[in-house]
Design a protein around this ligand. Structure first.
Ligand code: ASP
Length: 439
């Protein structure tokens, strides 16, 4: 069987992985063979490699990136509006709704906290020689360096709070650096909609729901392009920057995966013990299928039926509780996604040379929580939203190219705590209700 036929039969994650390996290997090898030593003239072969990177590989990668960026504004607006508008009914559910939200917010914020801590300790974006870093920056930042310097002029906390409220929401949506204004508008409008009778807002909610679903479809198409996009981006990076850049990506991958595994196998396990009274052995024997499904589909939405079934059939959670917590959790509660966003933003800021003080790290925390709530529970659902957190702290969104090559693996891993956190939340609520969980 030839290679393309084999690829045709393989699953998307395998093809993305293949794209990544091919792009990275070709890039590193060509760089090693033909890149001229500093200051020496380029050979004809090296000129050809650069030509291929700039005119073929990079544009394919950029196409993939731009498809992700394209859906940012509608996804942010629709998901946050609908999320808050839906809370009208959560309020009516009383303490169950309140506890669920409290669980979602605290665990998500905790996950970002762990991310900030890990990146602060490991410093994955600085594990490269000064000369290597300068080359990576020159490749990715270009004219953005001036913008970064400008962003570094620190604003007071008060100024930043005031600027969250946009003077003009259309201008805020059109300006990459102002997405916080759009988020503020969507949240306020959503809150306002809970003050109107449900029938008055039904049509609008239906329309926004449809727009949101359409964007998720487009995102799905973009992900089909991912094997090529990823190959293009990683080839461009590795051919121009050589092995150095791969080392940097490996540090990122180790930090992100380490954080996610820590969150899943230490924090979630402890939460299951403390809040649901389940031993690690019992907890994991009950959710084996759930772990495999989340990991292999990379989608909280696709895993939803399994999450509900696991809670109800494996642990004895009442159907009403599972039916309430899980659908809400699949769209709103994403511990793994928030952790990934935290690691990615701080890592890319380190690479870009953007110093994030405490104040700005708190902004990353808040934005990672909000955008994890806004992310769609589909493969790559959080990528468009990661872009806006980056821009907010002064890191050019194009720098995502550096981590996209390995994102599928991180996506599969982050989806696991995304769903197990929902599961533990439902176990806790059931136990509080006096239900004896199956052990
Ligand atoms: N794939 C994740 C999920 O479905 C979302 C993301 O972080 O991209 O839960």
């Amino acid at each position: 069987m030839d290679a393309s036929a084999a690829a045709g039969h393989s699953s998307l994650p395998t093809r993305i992985l293949l794209g990544m390996l091919l792009g990275a290997t070709a890039g590193v090898v060509l760089n090693g063979l033909y890149a001229p030593p500093l200051g020496e003239p380029a050979s004809a072969a090296w000129t050809n490699v650069l030509w291929f990177a700039d005119t073929v590989a990079n544009p394919i990668g950029q196409l993939f990136l731009r498809l992700l960026f394209m859906v940012v504004v509608p996804v942010v607006f629709c998901s946050l509006f609908l999320g808050v508008a839906g809370l009208g009914s959560v309020q009516r559910l009383g303490s169950l709704g309140g506890r669920t939200l409290a669980w979602f917010l605290t665990t998500t914020a905790g996950a970002v906290g762990l991310a900030l801590l890990l990146v602060g300790i490991i410093q994955p974006g600085k594990q490269i020689s000064a000369e290597g870093l300068a080359r990576v920056q020159a490749q990715y930042l270009g004219d953005a360096q001036a913008r970064i310097a400008q962003g570094a002029q620190s604003k007071s906390m008060m100024d930043m709070l005031v600027e969250i409220v946009p003077k003009n929401v259309v201008a805020a949506a059109a300006d990459n650096g102002q997405v916080l204004g759009l988020i503020c508008f969507a949240l306020l409008l959503g809150a306002a909609s809970t003050r109107l009778p449900q029938e008055r807002t039904k049509t609008l909610r239906d329309v926004l729901e449809t727009i949101y679903e359409l964007c998720v479809k487009v995102l799905g198409w973009a992900m089909q392009l991912a094997p090529f996009g990823v190959a293009g981006l990683i080839f461009t990076a590795s051919s121009k920057l050589g092995f150095d850049v791969m080392k940097l990506v490996a540090w990122y991958l180790a930090t992100a995966m380490g954080g996610l595994l820590l969150w899943q196998f230490v924090v979630i396990t402890v939460l299951a013990k403390v809040f649901a009274g389940l031993s690690p052995r019992r907890f994991y024997s009950g959710c084996r299928t759930l772990l495999v499904t989340a990991f292999s589909t990379s989608s909280s939405n696709a895993t939803l039926p399994t999450t509900i079934r696991t809670a109800v059939e494996e642990f004895g959670v009442p159907r009403e509780i599972a039916g309430f917590v899980m659908p809400l959790g699949a769209t709103m509660n994403m511990n793994g996604t928030a952790l990934f966003e935290g690691v990615s933003v701080l890592f890319l800021a380190q690479v870009a040379g953007v110093e994030l003080g405490l104040q700005q790290q708190l902004i990353v925390l808040a934005m990672a929580v909000v955008t994890a709530i806004g992310a769609a529970g589909v493969p790559g659902g959080s990528l468009p939203l990661l872009a806006i957190v980056l821009v907010q702290v002064g890191v050019p969104a194009e720098m995502m190219a550096l981590i996209l090559g390995v994102d599928r693996l991180v996506d599969m891993t982050r989806t696991v705590p995304n769903v197990t956190s929902d599961l533990v939340c439902s176990l806790w609520l059931a136990r509080r209700d006096g239900v004896k969980l199956r052990d």
